[in-house]
Unconditional design. Sequence first.
Length: 128
Amino acid sequence: MAKWLSQEWLDEGRKLSEGQPERPGATARMQYVVTGGPDGDIKYYWVLENGKLQESELGELEDAEVTLTQSYDDAMRIQKGELDANAAFMQGRVKVTGNMAKLMSLLPITNSPEYKALQTQILETTEF
């Protein structure tokens, strides 16, 4: 089990995502900021290329196209499947800066059966 929001957790998620289908055009450089956690704010980023997670690291991505900021509690509820990420965004609980069109183009992936199965696998290997 990997501790949520640790580099080990990010590495495990990247390994689990290797079986995701290629999705031409689903390419983005995404920064995540999780605020108010027990260890302070956590920043991590993903680099997606054609639907494949190429990088997943703690820290800041200098040339991020999209930044998503959310509270620790909301991020945890989203990760556990207790809060829908799209609903959280629509309610203003996930703040987005940068290229909104890029983010919107990725949303259909989050509804795919493959992505939902990946989320379940990640949840089963995560220690909160």
